[in-house]
Design a binder for this molecule. Structure first.
Ligand SMILES: *Cc1c(COP(=O)(O)O)cnc(C)c1O
Length: 227
C-alpha cells in the first residue's frame, strides 16, 4: 500500500509524463485523460487523489464503485467515474446510476439492456466498446472480426452514445499492434476516443493515439488483493 502523501507525488509524476509524451507527439495534453484506477484501494486513497485536484477515476467492479464513490461524489460533485471492468446485465441499472461512462460494452444483450436503462433513467453517460484485440478466451470484449458490425448495431439499432473503443492487450504480448488495431477500427467508424494504456505502457499508448489512459499501480501502488 502506498501512503497518501505518495499518491499526490505519484499522480504529479504520471501527469508530467503524460504531458511530456503528448508534447513529444504533437498532441495537446488536454486530449489525453488520466483515468486513475482505484480498484482494491480504499476511499481514503481516492480522497488523496481528489485532494490533489484529480477528478477522473476508474473502477472495474460495479459493487466496489457503488461502495466507494457516492460519498466521495457528495463532497466532490465534479468527479467522474468510468466503469472499466466487465458488466453483468443484472448490474446495468446500478452501473448507470454510479458511473459517468461505461468502457466495456461488448455484446448485444448488454448493449440492449443499457439502451433500455438509459431511456428509462434519462441519464446521459458515455459508452466505449471493449475490443478483445488478442481474442483471449478469458477476456471480455468483442472480437476484432465482429467489431464493425457490433459498433454499427450499437449506434444505429440501439442508438447508444458510443464515443470510442477500449482494449486490454494480452499481458504477454507487445501492446503496440493491439493499440494500432484499436485505432484502425475506431477510424473506420469516426470514433475519436481510445481508451488504452495502463501503468506499464501508457506512454506508448499516448504515442499511438490514446485519449484515455487507465493507470492504477503507478498512482496508488501495488494491489494487495487480486481485483
Ligand atoms: C486494473 C486495471 C487497469 C490499471 O492497471 P495498472 O497496471 O495497475 O495501471 C487498467 N485497466 C483495467 C481494465 C484494469 O482492470
Amino acid at each position: 500500500m502506498t501512503s497518501h502523501s505518495h499518491i499526490a507525488a505519484n499522480l504529479a509524476d504520471v501527469q508530467a509524463r503524460i504531458a511530456a509524451q503528448a508534447k513529444a507527439w504533437n498532441r495537446s495534453p488536454d486530449d489525453v485523460h488520466l483515468v486513475a484506477v482505484g480498484k482494491t484501494h480504499s476511499a481514503e486513497a481516492m480522497e488523496a487523489a481528489l485532494a490533489a485536484g484529480h477528478r477522473l477515476f476508474g473502477e472495474n467492479r460495479v459493487q466496489e464503485a457503488a461502495a466507494k464513490f457516492p460519498a466521495l461524489r457528495a463532497r466532490y460533485p465534479d468527479l467522474k467515474l468510468h466503469l472499466i471492468g466487465p458488466l453483468q446485465t443484472n448490474k446495468i441499472r446500478q452501473a448507470i446510476e454510479t458511473c459517468d461512462a461505461i468502457q466495456t460494452v461488448d455484446r448485444d444483450k448488454l448493449a440492449q439492456g443499457i439502451a433500455a436503462e438509459l431511456a428509462k433513467s434519462g441519464r446521459h453517460i458515455d459508452l466505449f466498446i471493449q475490443v478483445n484485440s488478442g481474442e483471449e478466451e478469458q477476456k471480455a470484449g468483442i472480437h476484432p472480426r465482429d467489431a464493425d458490425d457490433f459498433i454499427r448495431r450499437c449506434r444505429e439499432e440501439y442508438k447508444l452514445p458510443i464515443v470510442g473503443l477500449m482494449c486490454i492487450p494480452p499481458a504477454d504480448e507487445h501492446p503496440a499492434p493491439h493499440f494500432a488495431l484499436l485505432g484502425e477500427i475506431a477510424k473506420r467508424h469516426g470514433l475519436t476516443q481510445l481508451s488504452m494504456g495502463m501503468s506499464g505502457d501508457y506512454e506508448l499508448a499516448i504515442q499511438m493515439g490514446a485519449t484515455h489512459v487507465r493507470v492504477g499501480t503507478a498512482i496508488f501502488g501495488a494491489r494487495e488483493t487480486k481485483a
